[in-house]
Design a protein around this ligand. Structure first.
Ligand code: SF4
Length: 93
């Protein structure tokens, strides 16, 4: 992924971890569902993004940022928006 994601105004502030991101230089559309994309197509799309995240050396930093920012779109830190929401609910107890 390039540093600034395409579908959010809550782009992370510049951080050195972004330089080491496995998605750096990748097509950013991999990380965001198309409008109206659902079902098996959405699952395949998210799985493609997660495969890249799974090899990322800065997954923890990315996920921390996405959770803190309540990033509503896209796969960040290997998790979908729904998965991040669930994690936040669990953490909130
Ligand atoms: S965890 Fe995924 S979205 Fe985050 S920087 Fe790494 S490859 Fe990119």
């Amino acid at each position: 992924m390039t540093v600034v994601p395409p579908k959010t105004s809550a782009a992370p502030p510049w951080s050195s971890w972004q330089l080491r991101a496995a998605c750096r230089g990748e097509d950013t559309t991999i990380f965001y569902l198309h409008d109206g994309e659902r079902g098996p197509s959405a699952r395949r799309h998210e799985a493609e993004a997660k495969r890249i995240c799974a090899q990322c050396p800065v997954l923890e930093e990315c996920l921390s940022w996405a959770l803190e920012a309540r990033e509503p779109w896209g796969v960040w830190g290997g998790l979908t928006p729904q998965e991040r929401s669930q994690l936040l609910l669990i953490e909130a107890g």
